[in-house]
Design a protein around this ligand. Structure first.
Ligand SMILES: Nc1ncnc2c1ncn2[C@@H]1O[C@H](COP(=O)(O)OP(=O)(O)OP(=O)(O)O)[C@@H](O)[C@H]1O
Length: 366
């Protein structure tokens, strides 16, 4: 008997998206079903190009067609993505689907390093990524992306509005206060001046369409944090910590800040940086010099996901300093860990968007 479109959709309605807990047909993730004799082709539209379940979903679809439609069918699946968003009001940053604040309690825990690597890792999956270096106390993105001398260009729109063009490096659109003021004068950015400069940095930039805009927040809890979350509708936050007690205590303060009623930003997860030390000559050895399991404990206590653990590796520091973050060293353990971290973050954003009230979901075409 000839295969019909209904047969195919019925079979696929038994394939569940494990994270979102519903089947692919109900989630509108199946498009372009075509049948040509024994050849069945269709497109699966994932919620992120960084989907860690890509292969699993692909295999489940093939299995469903073979068991429920025709065991000899030639199943051809195109895996693509359309990043979801829960943003409804698009007065600010209309083309930006998800805004993610990356924060830490304590300074120096590697928040900027993690943010830079995450941004590039997401861009490498095909996502459109932007990054705001809101760490006015010490903007480090120009150095980490190797664009110390870059100066963003300002242009006037036909409506007479001035827009800043972000600097593009390693596939990421970047805006940093470090582009406007030399590092040594960063100290002048304080209080209301800093807040208004930052606002400008986010809202008066020609970001175009972005799947993910990462905000590298200053360390600690300050007025700047409040300004930021009140200026832009943040989808969620990520807390970066190291495992030692002093860092964890501050990370917890940071985490709790996002839960305050006047801030109220969901915490997408915790990243434990410098989780252990691995010497280059002994890549399989782990030395827990800052203590063990602190990040997991924090995540468990606050019932948020542990997005990943990144070891202390000399190469991560060196690559950051030389403007070519570790994620670019393909095939290295550090690059693989940052890839996994990016997948886990994208996954939590997708889950967050899926559980947001239905009326709040706006889908945009890629
Ligand atoms: N996993 C790691 N392995 C090795 N070095 C690291 C790692 N993470 C960060 N570093 C190094 O630690 C130093 C501090 O990192 P970074 O500037 O990212 O911290 P930060 O939390 O953003 O600091 P602040 O917010 O105070 O500016 C940098 O020299 C960086 O290269």
């Amino acid at each position: 008997m000839a295969i019909t479109q209904e047969d195919v959709l019925k079979a696929l309605s038994y394939v569940e998206e494990p994270d979102l807990g519903q089947d692919l047909v109900t989630l509108n993730m199946i498009e372009d079903v075509q049948i040509n004799d024994k050849t069945v082709s269709f497109t699966v539209v994932l919620t992120t190009p960084a989907c860690p379940l890509k292969e699993l979903i692909h295999n489940a679809c093939v299995r469903a067609i073979h068991t429920m439609v025709d065991k000899d069918a030639d199943v051809q699946i195109k895996m693509t993505s359309r990043v979801t968003t829960m943003r409804q009001n698009r007065d600010i940053l209309p083309g930006v689907r998800n805004i993610i604040a990356i924060a830490s309690g304590k300074g120096g825990v590697g928040k900027s390093t993690v943010t830079a690597n995450l941004a590039i890792a997401l861009a490498k999956t095909g996502a459109k990524v932007g990054l705001v270096d809101a760490d006015i106390s010490g903007p480090s993105m120009p150095l980490m992306f190797g664009v110390m001398d870059a100066r963003p260009h300002v242009y006037q729109t036909p409506e007479g509005k001035n827009l800043i063009e972000p600097v593009i490096a390693h596939g990421v659109k970047i805006m940093s206060i470090g582009f406007l003021a030399p590092a040594e004068s960063a100290i002048v950015w304080r209080g209301p001046m800093a807040s208004s400069a930052l606002k400008q940095f986010i809202t008066e930039v020609d970001w175009g369409e972005l799947d993910y805009l990462l905000l590298d927040m200053p360390p600690g809890t300050s007025d700047i944090h409040l300004t930021m979350v009140q200026t832009v509708p943040v989808t969620g936050s990520v807390i970066v910590t190291t495992p030692q007690r002093v860092a964890l205590a501050d990370a917890e303060k940071g985490l709790q800040m996002f839960k305050l009623p006047q801030i109220n930003v969901p915490v997408l997860g915790v990243v434990e940086n410098m989780a252990w030390f691995t010497p280059a000559e002994l890549p399989d050895n782990k030395y827990f010099i800052f203590g063990e399991g602190g990040g997991i404990g924090l995540a468990e206590k606050h019932q948020v996901p542990l997005l990943g653990q990144i070891p202390l590796v000399q190469g991560i520091r060196e690559n950051g300093d030389s403007g070519t973050p570790a994620i670019l060293q393909a095939g290295t353990p550090a690059a693989a860990l940052f890839e996994q971290l990016a997948e886990e973050l994208a996954r939590q954003v997708s889950i967050r968007n899926a559980v947001a009230p239905k009326t709040n979901i706006v889908e945009m075409n890629s």
